[in-house]
Design a protein around this ligand. Structure first.
Ligand code: FAD
Ligand code: EPU
Length: 338
C-alpha cells in the first residue's frame, strides 16, 4: 500500500489520456482501503475511485488522490438446486467474472460478455448490453463509505438502478467505494436472444440449440466487429446515452425522417439510438487531427494517440449542439468527465 506522487494515469484510462494524479494508491482488501482512508494526506484531499478507467474522460491533472480498486476473489457464497450466489471482489475484471460463470455453467452474465472494466464499477451505471442489464442478475453489493470508513450493504432496491444509472452516479456520487458485488445466477438457463444481432450471429455460427457459452461467443463476435479495441484505439465505448424522448416528439420527427429507428420505453416515451442521430449530423468517421468519431459506430469518440481530454470534450459538445439543432434532442454523456 504505497502512496505514489505525481503519478501518470495514461495506462489507467482506455482513452489513453496523458494526465497525472497528485497522489495514487492501489488497495487490494477492504482493510487496506480503510487504512488508506485514515491517512491524513488522503483524508484532506479529493478522492477518485478508479477501476479499469473504461468509462472516464480526464480533461486535466487530478489534484487529489486516485484510489485504484485491486480487490480480487470470486466465489459461490450460497447455492441450491436452482441458483448460485456468486460474490466477486470489486477489483475483478468484469469479463473474468463472466468467464467464471460460463465455466461453472451458471447463466445470467453471458449477454454482458466482454464489457471492459471492473466488477466494482458495474453497478455505477447498471452496465447493459444485448437486452440484459446488471440489475437483472444483481443480488447485493458492499461498499465502504468514504467519509466514515463504515462498510454498508445495498440490496437492489436501494441502488436506484435505471438505464445507465444508479444512486452511485447521482445522489450518492463519490460517497461510496464498492468493494464487492454478489450476483444471483441460474443453474437452469433462460436465454435472452431477443437482440436481433444475436440471433443472426448464432445462425451464422450454425448453432440451432444455443447454450449460454454460444450466446457469449455470439456477443463477443458482435462486439469485436463493431466496437474499437481500446488497446488499439483509445475510446470509452458509447460516449452518450441513447436519449429517451416523448412519443409525440418522435412522431413529429418521424414525418421528416421516416427512417428514424426507435425502441419503445413506455406508452409515452421511446428511445432513439444516439448513434443514428450523430451519423445523420455527418459526424460518423470524422477525423480531426488525432481524434474523432469512430467509422463503424458514431456513438464512440476515439483518440488516435496524443489527443487531450479537452479536445475530446469540445468534440462531444459540438456533437451535442448539432444534434440539438437538427432534431431538438439533448444528448447526455454516458462517460464520466473528470
Ligand atoms: P472506471 O472507468 O474506472 O470508472 C467509472 C466510474 O465509476 C467513475 O466515476 C469511477 O469513479 C466510478 N467507480 C469505479 N469503480 C468504483 C467503485 N469500486 N466504487 C465506486 N465507484 C467506482 N458499458 C456498458 O454498460 N455496456 C457496454 O456494452 C459497454 N461497452 C463498452 C465498450 C468499450 C470498448 C468500452 C471502452 C467501454 C464500454 N462500456 C460499456 C463502458 C464501461 O466498460 C463500463 O462503464 C464499465 O463498468 C466501467 O468500468 P471501469 O472499472 O473501467 O470503471
Ligand atoms: N446506429 C446508426 N449509426 C451508428 C451507430 C448506430 O445508425 O453509427 C443505429 C442503428 O440503427 C443500430 C442502432 O443504432 O441498429 C443501435 O446500434 P447498436 O446495436 O450498435 O447499439 P447502440 O445503441 O449504439 C447500445 C449501448 C452499448 C451496447 C449496445 C448493445 C448505449 C449508450 N449504448 O449501443 O453500450 O453495447 O447497445 O446492447 O446504450 C456503452 O454503454 O458503452 C456501450 C457500448
Amino acid at each position: 500500500m504505497q502512496l505514489l506522487r505525481n503519478y501518470s494515469l495514461k495506462p489507467f484510462n482506455t482513452f489513453g489520456i496523458d494526465v497525472k494524479a497528485n497522489l495514487f494508491a492501489r488497495f487490494s482488501s477492504v482493510e487496506e482501503l480503510m487504512a488508506l482512508l485514515q491517512l491524513p494526506e488522503v483524508k484532506l484531499k479529493e478522492k477518485l475511485i478508479l477501476g479499469g478507467g473504461s468509462n472516464i474522460l480526464f480533461t486535466k491533472d487530478f489534484d487529489g488522490v486516485v484510489l485504484q480498486n485491486g480487490i480480487k476473489g470470486i466465489k459461490v457464497v450460497h447455492e441450491d438446486d436452482e441458483v448460485a450466489f456468486v460474490k466477486a471482489g470489486g477489483g475483478e475484471v468484469w469479463h473474468d467474472l463472466v468467464l467464471y460463470a460460463l465455466a461453472q455453467n451458471l447463466g445470467g452474465l453471458e449477454n454482458l460478455s466482454l464489457i471492459p472494466g471492473t466488477v466494482g464499477a458495474s453497478p455505477l451505471q447498471n452496465i447493459g448490453a444485448y437486452g440484459v442489464e446488471l440489475k437483472d442478475v444483481f443480488h447485493e453489493l458492499e461498499a465502504v463509505e468514504v467519509e466514515t470508513g463504515d462498510l454498508h450493504t445495498f440490496a437492489g432496491n436501494a441502488c436506484g438502478f435505471g438505464y445507465r444509472d444508479s444512486i452511485f452516479k447521482r445522489e450518492a456520487k463519490g460517497r461510496y467505494i464498492i468493494t464487492s458485488v454478489t450476483f444471483k445466477l441460474h443453474k437452469h438457463h433462460t436465454l435472452n436472444t431477443s437482440y436481433g444481432a444475436i440471433k443472426d450471429t448464432l445462425a451464422q455460427m450454425q448453432v440451432t440449440e444455443p447454450t449460454i457459452q454460444d450466446v457469449s461467443a455470439a456477443v463477443c463476435a458482435i462486439r469485436q466487429s463493431k466496437l474499437p479495441d481500446p488497446k488499439e484505439i483509445g475510446n470509452a465505448g458509447s460516449f452518450f446515452k441513447n436519449p429517451e424522448i416523448p412519443l409525440l416528439l418522435f412522431e413529429t420527427l418521424k414525418l421528416q425522417y421516416p427512417d428514424m429507428p426507435s425502441y419503445p420505453v413506455s406508452e409515452t416515451t421511446v428511445k432513439v439510438p444516439a448513434g443514428w442521430l450523430i451519423e445523420q449530423c455527418g459526424w460518423k468517421g470524422k477525423v480531426i487531427e488525432n481524434y474523432g468519431v469512430h467509422k463503424n459506430q458514431a456513438l464512440v469518440l476515439v483518440n488516435y494517440g496524443g489527443a487531450t481530454g479537452n479536445k475530446l470534450q469540445e468534440l462531444a459538445y459540438a456533437i451535442i449542439r448539432s444534434v440539438e439543432e437538427k432534431f431538438g434532442i439533448a444528448l447526455q454523456p454516458e462517460v464520466n468527465i473528470i
